[in-house]
Ligand binder design. Structure first.
Ligand SMILES: Nc1ncnc2c1ncn2[C@@H]1O[C@H](COP(=O)(O)OP(=O)(O)OP(=O)(O)O)[C@@H](O)[C@H]1O
Ligand SMILES: Nc1ncnc2c1ncn2[C@@H]1O[C@H](COP(=O)(O)OP(=O)(O)OP(=O)(O)O)[C@@H](O)[C@H]1O
Ligand SMILES: [Mg+2]
Ligand SMILES: [Mg+2]
Lengths: 267, 267
Protein backbone atom coordinates (compact mmCIF):
# COMPACT_ATOMS: atom_id res chain seq x y z
CA UNK A 1 0.00 0.00 0.00
CA UNK A 2 1.37 3.37 -0.89
CA UNK A 3 1.99 6.21 1.49
CA UNK A 4 -0.67 8.79 0.62
CA UNK A 5 0.36 12.31 1.57
CA UNK A 6 -1.84 15.42 1.30
CA UNK A 7 0.02 18.70 0.79
CA UNK A 8 -2.49 21.11 2.24
CA UNK A 9 -2.84 24.68 3.44
CA UNK A 10 -5.89 26.85 2.85
CA UNK A 11 -3.59 29.85 2.62
CA UNK A 12 -2.51 30.66 -0.91
CA UNK A 13 0.97 30.89 -2.32
CA UNK A 14 2.72 29.07 0.52
CA UNK A 15 4.58 26.42 -1.49
CA UNK A 16 2.09 23.54 -1.80
CA UNK A 17 2.60 22.98 -5.52
CA UNK A 18 6.34 23.62 -5.49
CA UNK A 19 6.66 21.09 -2.67
CA UNK A 20 4.32 18.49 -4.22
CA UNK A 21 6.17 18.53 -7.54
CA UNK A 22 9.74 18.65 -6.30
CA UNK A 23 9.27 16.33 -3.34
CA UNK A 24 7.58 13.83 -5.67
CA UNK A 25 10.47 14.15 -8.13
CA UNK A 26 12.97 13.67 -5.29
CA UNK A 27 11.14 10.55 -4.09
CA UNK A 28 11.06 9.22 -7.66
CA UNK A 29 14.81 9.74 -7.90
CA UNK A 30 15.18 7.68 -4.74
CA UNK A 31 13.45 4.82 -6.49
CA UNK A 32 9.97 5.39 -5.07
CA UNK A 33 7.19 4.82 -7.63
CA UNK A 34 5.43 8.13 -7.10
CA UNK A 35 2.05 9.47 -8.25
CA UNK A 36 1.20 13.18 -8.14
CA UNK A 37 -2.52 13.94 -8.06
CA UNK A 38 -3.30 17.54 -8.96
CA UNK A 39 -6.49 18.58 -7.15
CA UNK A 40 -6.30 22.28 -7.93
CA UNK A 41 -8.49 23.76 -10.70
CA UNK A 42 -5.57 26.17 -11.29
CA UNK A 43 -3.68 23.03 -12.48
CA UNK A 44 -0.34 24.47 -11.40
CA UNK A 45 1.24 21.10 -10.56
CA UNK A 46 0.10 19.88 -13.98
CA UNK A 47 1.74 22.88 -15.69
CA UNK A 48 4.83 22.57 -13.49
CA UNK A 49 5.32 19.00 -14.73
CA UNK A 50 5.07 20.04 -18.37
CA UNK A 51 1.52 18.78 -19.01
CA UNK A 52 -0.94 21.06 -20.80
CA UNK A 53 -4.23 21.08 -18.84
CA UNK A 54 -6.11 22.23 -21.95
CA UNK A 55 -5.05 19.15 -23.91
CA UNK A 56 -6.33 16.48 -21.55
CA UNK A 57 -8.93 13.87 -22.47
CA UNK A 58 -9.33 12.66 -18.91
CA UNK A 59 -8.23 14.26 -15.66
CA UNK A 60 -8.74 14.26 -11.90
CA UNK A 61 -12.07 15.92 -12.65
CA UNK A 62 -13.41 12.91 -14.56
CA UNK A 63 -12.06 10.51 -11.98
CA UNK A 64 -13.76 12.26 -9.06
CA UNK A 65 -16.99 12.82 -10.96
CA UNK A 66 -17.54 9.29 -12.14
CA UNK A 67 -17.58 6.52 -9.51
CA UNK A 68 -16.47 3.95 -12.08
CA UNK A 69 -14.04 6.31 -13.71
CA UNK A 70 -11.03 4.83 -15.39
CA UNK A 71 -8.33 6.34 -13.21
CA UNK A 72 -5.88 4.05 -14.93
CA UNK A 73 -6.46 5.83 -18.22
CA UNK A 74 -6.21 9.30 -16.71
CA UNK A 75 -2.82 8.69 -15.10
CA UNK A 76 0.19 9.39 -17.28
CA UNK A 77 3.84 8.52 -16.80
CA UNK A 78 5.93 11.66 -17.09
CA UNK A 79 9.37 10.77 -15.71
CA UNK A 80 11.13 7.67 -14.46
CA UNK A 81 9.22 6.49 -11.38
CA UNK A 82 6.89 9.49 -11.66
CA UNK A 83 3.26 9.58 -12.77
CA UNK A 84 0.65 12.34 -12.67
CA UNK A 85 -3.14 12.44 -12.49
CA UNK A 86 -3.49 15.92 -13.96
CA UNK A 87 -6.02 18.63 -13.18
CA UNK A 88 -7.97 20.90 -15.48
CA UNK A 89 -10.08 23.99 -14.90
CA UNK A 90 -13.35 21.95 -14.91
CA UNK A 91 -12.37 20.90 -11.40
CA UNK A 92 -13.69 24.25 -10.24
CA UNK A 93 -17.21 23.01 -10.92
CA UNK A 94 -16.91 19.81 -8.94
CA UNK A 95 -18.17 21.25 -5.68
CA UNK A 96 -21.49 22.15 -7.31
CA UNK A 97 -21.78 18.97 -9.31
CA UNK A 98 -21.31 16.68 -6.31
CA UNK A 99 -23.35 18.72 -3.84
CA UNK A 100 -25.97 16.05 -3.32
CA UNK A 101 -23.84 12.93 -3.75
CA UNK A 102 -23.79 10.88 -0.56
CA UNK A 103 -20.20 9.76 -1.02
CA UNK A 104 -18.89 13.07 -2.35
CA UNK A 105 -16.02 13.17 0.17
CA UNK A 106 -14.87 9.65 -0.64
CA UNK A 107 -14.61 9.76 -4.41
CA UNK A 108 -10.85 10.14 -4.42
CA UNK A 109 -10.31 7.41 -1.82
CA UNK A 110 -12.16 4.91 -3.98
CA UNK A 111 -10.25 5.94 -7.09
CA UNK A 112 -6.84 5.65 -5.42
CA UNK A 113 -7.67 2.15 -4.18
CA UNK A 114 -7.94 1.02 -7.81
CA UNK A 115 -4.26 1.81 -8.50
CA UNK A 116 -2.64 1.75 -5.07
CA UNK A 117 -0.54 -1.36 -5.66
CA UNK A 118 1.30 0.41 -8.49
CA UNK A 119 2.81 3.11 -6.28
CA UNK A 120 4.97 3.57 -3.20
CA UNK A 121 3.93 7.18 -2.67
CA UNK A 122 0.93 9.27 -3.72
CA UNK A 123 1.19 13.04 -3.27
CA UNK A 124 -1.97 15.17 -3.39
CA UNK A 125 -1.60 18.86 -4.33
CA UNK A 126 -4.49 20.69 -2.68
CA UNK A 127 -6.08 23.99 -3.71
CA UNK A 128 -5.92 26.95 -1.29
CA UNK A 129 -9.29 26.17 0.26
CA UNK A 130 -10.96 23.81 2.72
CA UNK A 131 -13.67 22.72 0.28
CA UNK A 132 -14.65 19.46 -1.38
CA UNK A 133 -11.34 18.82 -3.15
CA UNK A 134 -9.28 19.27 0.01
CA UNK A 135 -11.77 17.16 1.98
CA UNK A 136 -11.37 14.38 -0.58
CA UNK A 137 -7.61 14.65 -0.22
CA UNK A 138 -7.82 14.42 3.58
CA UNK A 139 -10.27 11.52 3.37
CA UNK A 140 -7.84 9.49 1.23
CA UNK A 141 -4.56 10.48 2.88
CA UNK A 142 -2.54 8.70 5.53
CA UNK A 143 -0.51 11.80 6.33
CA UNK A 144 -0.73 15.57 6.01
CA UNK A 145 2.17 17.85 5.16
CA UNK A 146 1.63 21.54 5.76
CA UNK A 147 3.79 23.78 3.56
CA UNK A 148 4.05 27.27 5.01
CA UNK A 149 6.24 30.32 5.36
CA UNK A 150 7.72 31.16 8.74
CA UNK A 151 5.80 34.45 8.87
CA UNK A 152 3.47 35.90 11.49
CA UNK A 153 0.32 35.98 9.35
CA UNK A 154 1.01 32.38 8.24
CA UNK A 155 0.56 31.20 11.84
CA UNK A 156 -2.96 32.60 11.88
CA UNK A 157 -4.29 29.95 9.56
CA UNK A 158 -2.84 26.89 11.26
CA UNK A 159 -5.51 26.32 13.91
CA UNK A 160 -8.31 26.37 11.31
CA UNK A 161 -6.34 23.90 9.23
CA UNK A 162 -5.88 21.51 12.17
CA UNK A 163 -9.58 21.89 12.99
CA UNK A 164 -10.43 20.58 9.52
CA UNK A 165 -7.97 17.70 9.82
CA UNK A 166 -9.56 16.78 13.14
CA UNK A 167 -13.06 16.84 11.66
CA UNK A 168 -12.04 14.55 8.81
CA UNK A 169 -10.22 12.24 11.19
CA UNK A 170 -13.35 11.91 13.33
CA UNK A 171 -15.89 11.52 10.54
CA UNK A 172 -14.19 10.10 7.46
CA UNK A 173 -10.67 8.82 8.05
CA UNK A 174 -9.52 7.62 11.47
CA UNK A 175 -5.99 6.97 10.23
CA UNK A 176 -5.31 10.55 9.23
CA UNK A 177 -2.36 12.13 10.99
CA UNK A 178 -0.28 15.25 10.53
CA UNK A 179 3.28 14.48 9.58
CA UNK A 180 4.39 18.06 10.02
CA UNK A 181 5.21 21.45 8.57
CA UNK A 182 7.43 22.02 5.54
CA UNK A 183 9.02 25.46 5.83
CA UNK A 184 8.99 27.03 2.38
CA UNK A 185 10.77 30.09 1.00
CA UNK A 186 12.74 29.97 4.23
CA UNK A 187 15.11 32.68 5.39
CA UNK A 188 16.86 31.04 8.34
CA UNK A 189 18.85 34.03 9.47
CA UNK A 190 15.90 36.32 10.17
CA UNK A 191 14.61 36.86 13.70
CA UNK A 192 11.05 36.52 12.43
CA UNK A 193 11.55 33.04 10.99
CA UNK A 194 13.42 31.89 14.09
CA UNK A 195 10.58 33.09 16.32
CA UNK A 196 7.89 31.50 14.15
CA UNK A 197 9.79 28.20 13.98
CA UNK A 198 10.25 28.23 17.75
CA UNK A 199 6.50 28.84 18.10
CA UNK A 200 5.69 25.91 15.85
CA UNK A 201 8.16 23.57 17.53
CA UNK A 202 6.79 24.42 20.95
CA UNK A 203 3.25 23.87 19.70
CA UNK A 204 4.07 20.40 18.37
CA UNK A 205 6.12 19.46 21.40
CA UNK A 206 3.22 20.17 23.71
CA UNK A 207 0.95 17.98 21.56
CA UNK A 208 3.28 15.01 21.88
CA UNK A 209 1.73 12.08 23.72
CA UNK A 210 -1.80 13.43 23.39
CA UNK A 211 -4.69 12.17 21.26
CA UNK A 212 -4.71 14.92 18.66
CA UNK A 213 -4.08 14.37 14.96
CA UNK A 214 -0.75 16.26 15.22
CA UNK A 215 0.62 14.47 18.27
CA UNK A 216 3.52 13.10 16.22
CA UNK A 217 3.97 16.15 14.03
CA UNK A 218 7.12 18.22 13.83
CA UNK A 219 8.71 20.99 11.84
CA UNK A 220 10.37 18.96 9.09
CA UNK A 221 14.00 19.22 8.19
CA UNK A 222 15.49 20.72 6.22
CA UNK A 223 13.56 23.92 5.60
CA UNK A 224 13.32 24.73 1.87
CA UNK A 225 15.38 27.84 1.31
CA UNK A 226 14.15 30.67 -0.86
CA UNK A 227 15.75 29.90 -4.24
CA UNK A 228 14.72 31.69 -7.44
CA UNK A 229 15.42 28.52 -9.45
CA UNK A 230 12.35 26.96 -7.83
CA UNK A 231 10.21 29.80 -9.16
CA UNK A 232 11.78 29.59 -12.61
CA UNK A 233 11.47 25.91 -13.44
CA UNK A 234 7.62 25.83 -13.61
CA UNK A 235 7.77 28.06 -16.67
CA UNK A 236 9.74 25.38 -18.46
CA UNK A 237 7.50 22.54 -17.29
CA UNK A 238 10.46 21.13 -15.36
CA UNK A 239 11.25 19.97 -11.87
CA UNK A 240 14.21 21.53 -10.09
CA UNK A 241 16.24 18.37 -10.78
CA UNK A 242 15.99 18.90 -14.53
CA UNK A 243 16.31 22.67 -14.47
CA UNK A 244 19.03 23.26 -11.88
CA UNK A 245 20.18 19.98 -10.29
CA UNK A 246 22.94 21.62 -8.24
CA UNK A 247 20.75 24.46 -6.92
CA UNK A 248 19.91 24.86 -3.24
CA UNK A 249 16.29 23.97 -4.06
CA UNK A 250 17.31 20.60 -5.47
CA UNK A 251 19.46 19.87 -2.44
CA UNK A 252 16.73 20.84 0.02
CA UNK A 253 13.99 18.77 -1.61
CA UNK A 254 16.33 15.78 -1.89
CA UNK A 255 17.14 16.04 1.81
CA UNK A 256 13.44 16.44 2.64
CA UNK A 257 12.65 13.29 0.67
CA UNK A 258 15.41 11.38 2.46
CA UNK A 259 14.05 12.60 5.77
CA UNK A 260 10.57 11.34 4.85
CA UNK A 261 12.08 7.98 3.94
CA UNK A 262 13.78 7.88 7.31
CA UNK A 263 17.23 8.14 5.76
CA UNK A 264 20.19 10.35 6.56
CA UNK A 265 20.81 13.52 4.59
CA UNK A 266 22.71 13.33 1.34
CA UNK A 267 26.42 14.16 1.55
CA UNK B 1 -15.42 62.28 -3.44
CA UNK B 2 -12.71 59.94 -2.36
CA UNK B 3 -10.63 57.75 -4.62
CA UNK B 4 -11.82 54.22 -3.91
CA UNK B 5 -9.18 51.60 -4.69
CA UNK B 6 -9.67 47.83 -4.55
CA UNK B 7 -6.54 45.80 -3.82
CA UNK B 8 -7.48 42.52 -5.43
CA UNK B 9 -6.01 39.23 -6.56
CA UNK B 10 -7.72 35.85 -6.18
CA UNK B 11 -4.32 34.28 -5.70
CA UNK B 12 -3.28 33.99 -2.08
CA UNK B 13 -0.24 35.41 -0.37
CA UNK B 14 0.68 37.89 -3.08
CA UNK B 15 0.89 41.07 -0.99
CA UNK B 16 -2.68 42.46 -0.96
CA UNK B 17 -2.80 43.10 2.78
CA UNK B 18 0.79 44.30 3.09
CA UNK B 19 0.12 46.75 0.25
CA UNK B 20 -3.29 47.91 1.53
CA UNK B 21 -1.93 48.67 4.99
CA UNK B 22 1.37 50.27 4.07
CA UNK B 23 0.12 52.17 1.03
CA UNK B 24 -2.74 53.53 3.16
CA UNK B 25 -0.27 54.53 5.85
CA UNK B 26 1.94 56.20 3.23
CA UNK B 27 -1.02 58.13 1.82
CA UNK B 28 -2.02 59.18 5.33
CA UNK B 29 1.50 60.47 5.91
CA UNK B 30 1.11 62.54 2.73
CA UNK B 31 -1.91 64.22 4.28
CA UNK B 32 -4.57 62.10 2.57
CA UNK B 33 -7.48 61.23 4.88
CA UNK B 34 -7.44 57.49 4.27
CA UNK B 35 -9.88 54.71 5.16
CA UNK B 36 -8.86 51.04 5.05
CA UNK B 37 -11.77 48.62 4.67
CA UNK B 38 -10.83 45.04 5.59
CA UNK B 39 -12.98 42.67 3.54
CA UNK B 40 -11.15 39.48 4.41
CA UNK B 41 -12.61 37.07 7.01
CA UNK B 42 -8.96 36.32 7.91
CA UNK B 43 -8.88 39.94 9.18
CA UNK B 44 -5.17 40.29 8.42
CA UNK B 45 -5.30 44.01 7.64
CA UNK B 46 -7.17 44.50 10.92
CA UNK B 47 -4.46 42.58 12.82
CA UNK B 48 -1.71 44.34 10.90
CA UNK B 49 -3.06 47.70 12.09
CA UNK B 50 -3.10 46.57 15.72
CA UNK B 51 -6.87 46.01 16.03
CA UNK B 52 -8.10 42.81 17.67
CA UNK B 53 -10.82 41.28 15.44
CA UNK B 54 -12.19 39.33 18.39
CA UNK B 55 -12.87 42.50 20.35
CA UNK B 56 -15.06 44.28 17.84
CA UNK B 57 -18.65 45.33 18.49
CA UNK B 58 -19.25 46.28 14.88
CA UNK B 59 -17.26 45.48 11.78
CA UNK B 60 -17.39 45.31 8.00
CA UNK B 61 -19.59 42.25 8.49
CA UNK B 62 -22.34 44.23 10.22
CA UNK B 63 -22.08 47.03 7.71
CA UNK B 64 -22.50 44.76 4.70
CA UNK B 65 -25.24 42.70 6.33
CA UNK B 66 -27.47 45.52 7.41
CA UNK B 67 -28.60 48.01 4.74
CA UNK B 68 -29.07 50.74 7.35
CA UNK B 69 -25.93 49.77 9.17
CA UNK B 70 -24.14 52.43 11.08
CA UNK B 71 -20.89 52.45 9.17
CA UNK B 72 -19.97 55.58 11.04
CA UNK B 73 -19.91 53.67 14.31
CA UNK B 74 -17.92 50.77 12.89
CA UNK B 75 -15.10 52.94 11.56
CA UNK B 76 -12.31 53.70 14.00
CA UNK B 77 -9.47 56.18 13.82
CA UNK B 78 -6.18 54.41 14.34
CA UNK B 79 -3.48 56.83 13.25
CA UNK B 80 -3.27 60.42 12.09
CA UNK B 81 -5.23 60.64 8.83
CA UNK B 82 -5.89 56.88 8.97
CA UNK B 83 -9.13 55.07 9.77
CA UNK B 84 -10.13 51.42 9.50
CA UNK B 85 -13.40 49.56 9.01
CA UNK B 86 -12.19 46.28 10.51
CA UNK B 87 -13.07 42.71 9.59
CA UNK B 88 -13.90 39.74 11.75
CA UNK B 89 -14.25 36.03 11.06
CA UNK B 90 -18.07 36.28 10.76
CA UNK B 91 -17.42 37.76 7.34
CA UNK B 92 -16.88 34.20 6.13
CA UNK B 93 -20.62 33.61 6.48
CA UNK B 94 -21.70 36.63 4.47
CA UNK B 95 -21.87 34.82 1.15
CA UNK B 96 -24.49 32.44 2.51
CA UNK B 97 -26.41 35.07 4.42
CA UNK B 98 -26.82 37.36 1.42
CA UNK B 99 -27.45 34.66 -1.18
CA UNK B 100 -30.96 35.80 -1.96
CA UNK B 101 -30.59 39.54 -1.42
CA UNK B 102 -31.22 41.43 -4.65
CA UNK B 103 -28.64 44.10 -3.91
CA UNK B 104 -26.04 41.77 -2.41
CA UNK B 105 -23.27 43.09 -4.68
CA UNK B 106 -24.00 46.72 -3.85
CA UNK B 107 -24.02 46.67 -0.06
CA UNK B 108 -20.56 48.11 0.27
CA UNK B 109 -21.14 50.83 -2.34
CA UNK B 110 -24.13 52.11 -0.40
CA UNK B 111 -22.22 52.05 2.88
CA UNK B 112 -19.24 53.93 1.50
CA UNK B 113 -21.52 56.67 0.12
CA UNK B 114 -22.58 57.46 3.70
CA UNK B 115 -19.04 58.47 4.70
CA UNK B 116 -17.35 59.37 1.43
CA UNK B 117 -17.03 63.09 2.13
CA UNK B 118 -14.82 62.33 5.15
CA UNK B 119 -12.04 60.72 3.13
CA UNK B 120 -9.64 61.39 0.26
CA UNK B 121 -8.81 57.72 -0.28
CA UNK B 122 -10.57 54.45 0.56
CA UNK B 123 -8.52 51.26 0.21
CA UNK B 124 -10.31 47.89 0.10
CA UNK B 125 -8.33 44.78 1.15
CA UNK B 126 -9.87 41.84 -0.70
CA UNK B 127 -9.78 38.16 0.26
CA UNK B 128 -8.05 35.66 -2.07
CA UNK B 129 -11.25 34.80 -3.91
CA UNK B 130 -13.62 36.14 -6.56
CA UNK B 131 -16.72 35.80 -4.39
CA UNK B 132 -19.25 38.16 -2.86
CA UNK B 133 -16.79 40.25 -0.86
CA UNK B 134 -14.50 40.90 -3.82
CA UNK B 135 -17.52 41.64 -6.02
CA UNK B 136 -18.70 44.22 -3.50
CA UNK B 137 -15.23 45.75 -3.55
CA UNK B 138 -15.21 45.95 -7.35
CA UNK B 139 -18.74 47.35 -7.41
CA UNK B 140 -17.73 50.22 -5.12
CA UNK B 141 -14.24 50.93 -6.47
CA UNK B 142 -13.08 53.51 -8.97
CA UNK B 143 -9.79 51.75 -9.52
CA UNK B 144 -8.24 48.31 -9.15
CA UNK B 145 -4.69 47.66 -8.00
CA UNK B 146 -3.37 44.15 -8.57
CA UNK B 147 -0.60 43.14 -6.14
CA UNK B 148 1.38 40.21 -7.49
CA UNK B 149 4.77 38.56 -7.56
CA UNK B 150 6.75 38.58 -10.80
CA UNK B 151 6.61 34.78 -11.00
CA UNK B 152 5.48 32.47 -13.80
CA UNK B 153 2.56 30.88 -11.93
CA UNK B 154 1.38 34.34 -10.83
CA UNK B 155 0.74 35.25 -14.49
CA UNK B 156 -1.68 32.37 -14.79
CA UNK B 157 -4.29 34.03 -12.65
CA UNK B 158 -4.30 37.45 -14.29
CA UNK B 159 -6.71 36.74 -17.15
CA UNK B 160 -9.34 35.33 -14.81
CA UNK B 161 -8.96 38.39 -12.63
CA UNK B 162 -9.45 40.76 -15.57
CA UNK B 163 -12.44 38.72 -16.70
CA UNK B 164 -14.10 39.40 -13.35
CA UNK B 165 -13.25 43.10 -13.49
CA UNK B 166 -14.80 43.23 -16.97
CA UNK B 167 -17.98 41.51 -15.77
CA UNK B 168 -18.41 43.94 -12.90
CA UNK B 169 -17.69 46.88 -15.18
CA UNK B 170 -20.41 45.75 -17.57
CA UNK B 171 -23.05 44.84 -15.02
CA UNK B 172 -22.49 46.83 -11.83
CA UNK B 173 -19.96 49.64 -12.15
CA UNK B 174 -19.22 51.29 -15.48
CA UNK B 175 -16.54 53.51 -13.97
CA UNK B 176 -14.34 50.65 -12.85
CA UNK B 177 -10.85 50.68 -14.31
CA UNK B 178 -7.59 48.89 -13.62
CA UNK B 179 -4.91 51.24 -12.38
CA UNK B 180 -2.20 48.62 -12.65
CA UNK B 181 -0.02 45.99 -11.06
CA UNK B 182 1.93 46.45 -7.84
CA UNK B 183 4.97 44.17 -7.93
CA UNK B 184 5.39 42.70 -4.45
CA UNK B 185 8.26 40.80 -2.86
CA UNK B 186 10.22 41.90 -5.90
CA UNK B 187 13.67 40.65 -6.78
CA UNK B 188 14.68 42.96 -9.61
CA UNK B 189 17.94 41.28 -10.48
CA UNK B 190 16.49 37.89 -11.41
CA UNK B 191 15.90 36.88 -15.02
CA UNK B 192 12.51 35.50 -14.06
CA UNK B 193 11.19 38.76 -12.66
CA UNK B 194 12.56 40.72 -15.62
CA UNK B 195 10.81 38.39 -18.06
CA UNK B 196 7.52 38.48 -16.16
CA UNK B 197 7.63 42.28 -15.90
CA UNK B 198 8.37 42.55 -19.62
CA UNK B 199 5.39 40.27 -20.29
CA UNK B 200 3.10 42.42 -18.17
CA UNK B 201 4.31 45.67 -19.68
CA UNK B 202 3.79 44.36 -23.19
CA UNK B 203 0.33 43.15 -22.26
CA UNK B 204 -0.69 46.57 -20.93
CA UNK B 205 0.94 48.43 -23.80
CA UNK B 206 -1.09 46.47 -26.33
CA UNK B 207 -4.29 47.30 -24.44
CA UNK B 208 -3.61 51.01 -24.62
CA UNK B 209 -6.21 52.91 -26.66
CA UNK B 210 -8.69 50.05 -26.59
CA UNK B 211 -12.00 49.75 -24.74
CA UNK B 212 -10.96 47.26 -22.10
CA UNK B 213 -10.96 47.97 -18.37
CA UNK B 214 -7.14 47.87 -18.31
CA UNK B 215 -6.52 50.17 -21.27
CA UNK B 216 -4.78 52.69 -19.00
CA UNK B 217 -3.15 50.19 -16.72
CA UNK B 218 0.57 49.83 -16.20
CA UNK B 219 3.12 48.11 -14.04
CA UNK B 220 3.37 50.62 -11.20
CA UNK B 221 6.60 52.09 -10.00
CA UNK B 222 8.47 51.40 -7.87
CA UNK B 223 8.22 47.66 -7.33
CA UNK B 224 8.07 46.75 -3.64
CA UNK B 225 11.29 44.97 -2.82
CA UNK B 226 11.37 41.85 -0.71
CA UNK B 227 12.12 43.17 2.79
CA UNK B 228 11.78 41.07 5.92
CA UNK B 229 10.74 44.15 7.91
CA UNK B 230 7.44 44.12 5.99
CA UNK B 231 6.79 40.58 7.22
CA UNK B 232 7.77 41.42 10.78
CA UNK B 233 5.69 44.51 11.49
CA UNK B 234 2.26 42.77 11.34
CA UNK B 235 3.19 40.80 14.45
CA UNK B 236 3.52 44.08 16.33
CA UNK B 237 0.30 45.56 14.91
CA UNK B 238 2.40 48.22 13.21
CA UNK B 239 2.84 49.69 9.77
CA UNK B 240 6.33 49.75 8.29
CA UNK B 241 6.57 53.45 9.07
CA UNK B 242 6.27 52.79 12.81
CA UNK B 243 8.34 49.62 12.85
CA UNK B 244 11.22 50.45 10.51
CA UNK B 245 10.82 53.91 8.97
CA UNK B 246 14.19 53.80 7.18
CA UNK B 247 13.73 50.30 5.74
CA UNK B 248 13.48 49.62 2.02
CA UNK B 249 9.82 48.68 2.49
CA UNK B 250 9.01 52.12 3.93
CA UNK B 251 10.81 53.83 1.08
CA UNK B 252 9.07 51.75 -1.59
CA UNK B 253 5.55 52.25 -0.23
CA UNK B 254 6.19 55.99 0.17
CA UNK B 255 7.32 56.21 -3.44
CA UNK B 256 4.33 54.15 -4.56
CA UNK B 257 1.99 56.52 -2.74
CA UNK B 258 3.67 59.53 -4.34
CA UNK B 259 3.33 57.90 -7.73
CA UNK B 260 -0.39 57.36 -7.12
CA UNK B 261 -0.71 61.00 -6.16
CA UNK B 262 1.03 61.96 -9.38
CA UNK B 263 4.03 63.31 -7.53
CA UNK B 264 7.75 62.77 -8.01
CA UNK B 265 9.61 60.22 -5.92
CA UNK B 266 10.95 61.16 -2.53
CA UNK B 267 14.60 62.16 -2.40
N1 LIG C 1 11.59 27.97 -2.05
C1 LIG C 1 11.13 28.83 -2.97
N2 LIG C 1 11.95 29.81 -3.45
C2 LIG C 1 11.50 30.71 -4.35
N3 LIG C 1 10.25 30.74 -4.85
C3 LIG C 1 9.40 29.79 -4.42
C4 LIG C 1 9.78 28.78 -3.48
N4 LIG C 1 8.70 27.98 -3.24
C5 LIG C 1 7.70 28.46 -4.01
N5 LIG C 1 8.11 29.55 -4.73
C6 LIG C 1 7.29 30.38 -5.64
O1 LIG C 1 6.29 31.01 -4.84
C7 LIG C 1 5.03 31.02 -5.53
C8 LIG C 1 4.00 30.25 -4.70
O2 LIG C 1 4.39 28.90 -4.60
P1 LIG C 1 3.36 27.70 -4.91
O3 LIG C 1 2.65 27.93 -6.18
O4 LIG C 1 4.11 26.42 -4.76
O5 LIG C 1 2.35 27.89 -3.68
P2 LIG C 1 0.94 27.22 -3.50
O6 LIG C 1 0.70 27.10 -2.04
O7 LIG C 1 0.81 25.97 -4.29
O8 LIG C 1 -0.04 28.32 -4.12
P3 LIG C 1 -1.61 28.15 -4.39
O9 LIG C 1 -2.26 28.35 -3.06
O10 LIG C 1 -1.95 29.25 -5.37
O11 LIG C 1 -1.83 26.78 -4.93
C9 LIG C 1 5.29 30.39 -6.89
O12 LIG C 1 5.52 31.44 -7.83
C10 LIG C 1 6.55 29.56 -6.69
O13 LIG C 1 7.28 29.42 -7.89
N1 LIG D 1 7.74 42.98 0.20
C1 LIG D 1 7.67 41.98 1.09
N2 LIG D 1 8.80 41.50 1.66
C2 LIG D 1 8.75 40.46 2.54
N3 LIG D 1 7.63 39.85 2.94
C3 LIG D 1 6.46 40.28 2.41
C4 LIG D 1 6.41 41.37 1.47
N4 LIG D 1 5.11 41.58 1.14
C5 LIG D 1 4.40 40.67 1.83
N5 LIG D 1 5.20 39.89 2.61
C6 LIG D 1 4.79 38.77 3.47
O1 LIG D 1 4.27 37.75 2.60
C7 LIG D 1 3.11 37.14 3.18
C8 LIG D 1 1.91 37.35 2.25
O2 LIG D 1 1.63 38.74 2.15
P1 LIG D 1 0.14 39.30 2.34
O3 LIG D 1 -0.50 38.73 3.56
O4 LIG D 1 0.20 40.77 2.22
O5 LIG D 1 -0.54 38.68 1.04
P2 LIG D 1 -2.09 38.60 0.72
O6 LIG D 1 -2.22 38.63 -0.77
O7 LIG D 1 -2.86 39.64 1.46
O8 LIG D 1 -2.48 37.17 1.28
P3 LIG D 1 -3.97 36.57 1.41
O9 LIG D 1 -4.34 36.12 0.03
O10 LIG D 1 -3.83 35.43 2.38
O11 LIG D 1 -4.86 37.66 1.90
C9 LIG D 1 2.91 37.78 4.55
O12 LIG D 1 3.53 36.95 5.52
C10 LIG D 1 3.65 39.10 4.42
O13 LIG D 1 4.13 39.56 5.68
MG1 LIG E 1 -0.62 25.39 -5.68
MG1 LIG F 1 -4.51 39.46 2.72
Amino acid sequence: APRVIALMNQKGGVGKTTTTVNLAAALARQGQRTLVIDLDPQAHATLHLGVDPASLETSAYDVILSPDAEITGAIRKIRENLWVLPAETDLAAIENELQTAQDRNQRLTNAIKVVSNRFDAVLLDCPPALGLLTLNALASADEVLIPMQAHFLALQGVSKLLETVTLVRQSLNNDLSVLGVVLCMHEKQTTLSQEVVADLEEFFASASGTEVAWSNARVLSPPIRRNIKLAECPSFGQTIFEYAPTAAGAQDYTDLALSLLGKAKAE
